[in-house]
Write a protein that binds this ligand. Structure first.
Ligand code: ATP
Length: 192
């Protein structure tokens, strides 16, 4: 079973993910896997260079600022890049789930799970939420960026309300001390 874990920027996905990890749940982080594939797969590298040019890699390592500067102002280019990377990430998720069948479920973390229409990869989806102002202040503090920068990043994501509508489980991460209890309660529901 694959359980998706998503939520907007600053909601606390990584924090929640770590609590599930402590319970022994195997975790698959979409971003990390995508980076691994973009840096490690010769086939993917070839296709990215064909799409974005030689500058996409410097000394064989992904040139992230260059790629971001190209794709974030060009939706078509972004969807072409996604079409190269996403199917491979999905394959990696499938084999990750297959190698962990002795566990009740694996957790698949993706900030833009719904935006990328990836809920079909999941049996259940958990959405982590927090009040908007709390999320903004967390990211300002964590990344040492301005509020306006956080708001800009948020524009690329669905609203929290829209995500909640599609959730099987919701974890309210509003700075209370009961986060671990909430995670344990959902873990029990999933495994019972
Ligand atoms: P992003 O989408 O940007 O990766 P995220 O949803 O993974 O964000 P986290 O990195 O888990 O969010 O949390 C953002 C920041 O808020 C971190 O610095 C984290 O330590 C802090 N934080 C998260 N949850 C709590 C909490 N319940 N209490 C206090 N701080 C928290």
């Amino acid at each position: 079973m694959v359980v998706g874990l998503t939520g907007g920027i600053g909601s606390g996905k990584t924090t929640v993910l770590n609590l599930f990890k402590e319970l022994g749940v195997p975790v698959f982080i979409a971003d990390v896997e995508a980076k691994k594939l973009m840096n490690g797969s010769t086939e993917i590298k070839k296709r990215i260079v064909a799409l974005l040019g030689q500058e996409a890699y410097v000394d064989g390592i992904l040139n992230r600022p260059y790629i971001a500067s190209k794709v974030f102002k060009d939706r078509l280019l972004l969807s072409k890049l996604n079409a190269i990377v996403h199917p491979q990430v999905h394959k990696a998720l499938n084999s990750f789930a297959e190698t962990h069948t002795h566990h009740n479920y694996v957790l698949y973390e993706s900030a833009i799970l719904f935006e990328n229409k990836n809920e079909h990869l999941c049996d259940k989806v958990i959405v982590v939420t927090a009040p908007l102002e709390v999320r903004i202040q967390r990211v300002v503090k964590r990344d040492q960026v301005k509020e306006s920068e956080v708001l800009l990043r948020m524009e690329h994501q669905w609203s929290q309300e829209k995500k909640v509508e599609k959730a099987d489980f919701i974890i309210e991460n509003d700075d209370d001390a009961g986060l671990q209890k909430k995670v344990i309660a959902i873990h029990k529901k999933i495994t019972s």
